[in-house]
Design a protein around this ligand. Structure first.
Ligand code: ADP
Ligand code: MG
Length: 703
């Protein structure tokens, strides 16, 4: 029988377990597995053999180059290609790849942000092989390149990337969770892993339209434009065409992802026109993070092959639903147990309740850090709108767990659980379906969804390394405090009950099952003392909070210097992003909008004159009114351009850092709005034929 296409291509471009078995001598395979699974040190001999095998495999697949693939603090990925060619022979090509080259690389690090961790005269940064994430082949115009996932650190060992802290946090939570499990008698557990599945939202628009808009090209979002009044509903005529092109894109995207061992599972259209989502099957946090970076890259690449542009920024179109990333997170033991699975009797599942309590405590104690992990300039425009989670962190547990928590708070322990009821759809022929014990709550930023938590604040363009590092580190911290208590308890069972009760009581304020979009919740959250952090700038301040620094140092996830550097990078990135937006707006207004509007008002004036000449008694009231309104808006726009240019220039005179970021937030952003408003109003008045850039309708419906 013919093999299914998925089976045919799944993982063909990955140096996965099958390839390792095939290409490595048994002894080397066992040694490498020991490093991957148990963190045993890798000897240079083993590295040499692995490097040789990887090279042989890569060459057989047509590779010419290799690269250390890493994730600098920009949130994207970086690489420097080296060919396998060695200079040793001048008569024929000798292709080499040594263990040393596999394990360590030295890219010119000075061009990546280090936030002061590495003075520019000391440009040394090293990439180190992360053997827990498999090497893969990337094929594009350059040819085929062997990509080796690596961590990136400075000469003195500080993390210059997003992967290193993530790996450290995975070790931290594994250690603390194992401690707790051993106390429960699960001594066969030696490791606890973190499972992550990242759902990715994105927009697809026509690439030709995209190329006509500087704002999309330079900033990833539209800085002008608005939804036509009747916008959101889909035009049937175009619907069919959209489906064809998108379907071709999705098919190719899936195949590319499968070939890289990325389990693209579901795909569907999202709420907004032109918006879609792709969800992979979950995997280890580290691979899931690598994979999500690849997903974003490949989406962009494949879209272009179809004459489309994939837009990943959080709020590309004002007034249209934005894009996020749902980070599904759970803990799983090396014996295969999901620690967040409530089981048949959640009320009596003390282990589950204790881990649940630890997560709740972590989210409450470190809410600002979670908010910070989802902070980027684009996401500031999305969070708090009526479509994305609010900027206030809370935990949704669902009816069943909420009831168990109530019982525990009332009586110390819980004695029963509400189970899902049967759902009556009212159609005889449709089988009765059992309702889930929890309904979905779409408005919660942090929701329990059956056997995992789902962090929904993350922006669509962001790396998921940060959010998962925070989750792992903070839950590890709570678990370690719990283990400290339980290890010295006289009576373990009573101590566990007390700990669950006390933790839930202390952190009850973070639990909220209601409507996160409502005005009442904002007031209520304030009364509960929950932080409401509006912008990336405020969020960034928490990198420098002593209490949080202590927690990170305690868990060995970040050093103080590493956190300070990340704060610096964030402030700078924020100011830079707004600076680029401001300059793009000035340019578009000056070169495109204002000249077009001048042409339009001139033609209005001409027509008034002509009508008057031809027929003095004709009424030109409407034209005059429009002329007056348009001229007024034109001068508003002109004035705003001047102010924006000044504000931006003043901002750039300030030294990069917190003060500059605040300046851009408080003095540049508002002027950007002051420029956008008149132009958007003009867009709705001026003849469409004269308008210099595609409108929302052109981009979102006519794909
Ligand atoms: P939704 O209800 O949001 O559609 P799904 O069940 O489709 O949820 O899963 C969404 C994402 O969560 C997928 O990427 C899936 O692989 C992931 N996921 C499912 N179970 C777990 C788990 N135990 N841990 C982490 N991620 C998970
Ligand atoms: Mg989801």
């Amino acid at each position: 029988m013919e093999k299914n296409v998925i089976e045919d291509i799944y993982g063909i471009n990955v140096f996965n377990d099958d390839r390792m078995r095939e290409y490595l001598p048994k002894k080397t395979y066992i040694a490498l597995k020991d490093t991957i699974e148990n963190g045993e040190e890798l000897s240079p001999e083993v590295a040499n053999v692995v490097a040789h095998a990887m090279k042989e495999w890569a060459l057989s697949m047509g590779a010419t180059h290799y690269t250390h693939w890493f994730q600098p603090m920009t949130g994207s990925t970086a690489e420097k290609h080296d060919s396998f060619l060695s200079a040793e022979s001048d008569s024929r090509a000798v292709l080499e790849f040594s263990g040393k080259e596999l394990i360590k690389g030295e890219p010119d690090a000075s061009s990546f942000p280090s936030g002061g961790l590495r003075a520019t005269f000391e440009a040394r940064g090293y990439t180190a092989w992360d053997c827990t994430s498999p090497a893969f082949l990337r094929k594009d115009a350059i040819g085929t390149v062997l990509c080796i996932p690596t961590a990136f650190c400075s000469y003195t060992g500080e993390a210059l990337d997003k992967k290193t802290p993530l790996l450290r946090s995975m070790e931290a939570i594994s250690k603390q969770a194992t401690r707790v499990l051993h106390l429960f008698g699960d001594t066969d557990v030696t490791k606890v892993g973190v499972s992550v599945g990242a759902e990715q939202e994105y927009f697809l628009i026509d690439r030709e339209e995209y190329l006509k808009r500087d704002d999309l090209i330079f900033t990833g979002r539209t800085l002008f434009g608005s939804m036509p009044p009747k916008g959101q509903e889909l035009d049937d005529h175009y619907y069919g065409m959209i489906r064809e092109r998108q379907a071709a894109f999705m098919k190719e995207l899936n195949e590319e992802l499968w070939s890289l061992g990325i389990l693209a599972k579901t795909q569907h259209n999202e709420v907004a026109p032109g918006q879609h989502e792709m969800a992979p099957i979950y995997s280890s946090a580290n691979t899931a993070t690598d994979h999500n970076q690849l997903v974003m890259e490949i989406m962009k690449k494949v879209a272009r092959r179809h004459g489309l542009e994939c837009i990943l920024s959080e709020k590309p179109f004002d007034g249209v639903n934005g894009s996020g990333k749902h980070d599904n997170w759970s803990l799983v033991t090396d014996t295969g147990k999901n620690l967040l699975s409530p089981g048949k009797h959640p009320y009596d599942n003390k282990k589950f309740l204790l881990f649940l309590a630890a997560v709740i405590a972590a989210v409450d104690n470190y809410a600002p850090l979670l908010r910070l992990s989802a902070a980027c300039p684009g996401n500031d425009h999305r969070l708090g709108g009526d479509e994305a989670p609010p900027a206030i962190i809370s935990v949704f547990l669902g009816e069943q767990l909420e009831d168990i928590v109530e019982q525990i708070l009332r009586k110390g322990t819980a004695s029963h659980a509400n189970t899902g009821e049967n759902m009556d759809i009212g159609v005889q022929t449709i089988p009765t379906i059992k309702k889930d014990a929890t309904d979905r709550n779409r408005t919660s930023p942090f929701a329990f969804t059956g056997n995992k938590f789902e962090f929904r604040m993350v922006g669509s363009s962001m790396s998921i390394a940060g959010p998962n590092t925070v989750l792992n580190a903070t839950v590890a911290e709570e678990l370690s405090a719990m283990a400290d208590i339980l290890e010295t308890a006289d009576d373990f069972d009573t101590a566990v009950d007390t700990l669950i009760h006390d933790t839930l009581k202390k952190h009850r304020r973070i639990i909220f099952n209601g409507d996160g979009y409502s005005e009442e919740w904002i007031t209520e959250a304030e009364n509960r003392g929950l932080p409401h952090i509006h912008t990336m700038v405020e969020a960034t301040d928490y990198f420098l909070d002593d209490q949080f620094i202590m927690m990170y140092e305690h868990q060995g996830v970040y050093s103080r210097a590493e956190l300070e550097s990340r704060a610096e990078i964030n402030y700078e990135a924020y100011a830079k992003a707004i600076n680029i937006e401001a300059r793009t707006m000035v340019k578009m207004a000056t070169k495109q909008y204002i000249p077009a509007v001048i042409r339009y008002v001139t033609s209005l004036a001409d027509s008034i004159n002509k009508i008057r000449e031809a027929c003095p008694e004709a009424d030109t009231g409407v034209q005059k009114e429009m002329l007056i309104r348009c001229s007024g808006l034109l001068s508003d726009a002109k004035e705003a351009v001047k102010k924006l240019r000044e504000a931006d220039e003043n901002g750039m005179k300030i030294e990069p850092g917190r003060e500059q970021a605040i300046y851009f937030r408080d003095h540049v952003l508002p002027v950007m709005t002051a420029l956008r408003d008149p132009i958007d109003e003009l867009e709705n008045m001026v003849d469409k034929k004269i308008w210099p850039v595609p409108a929302y309708g052109d981009m979102l419906f006519e794909v």
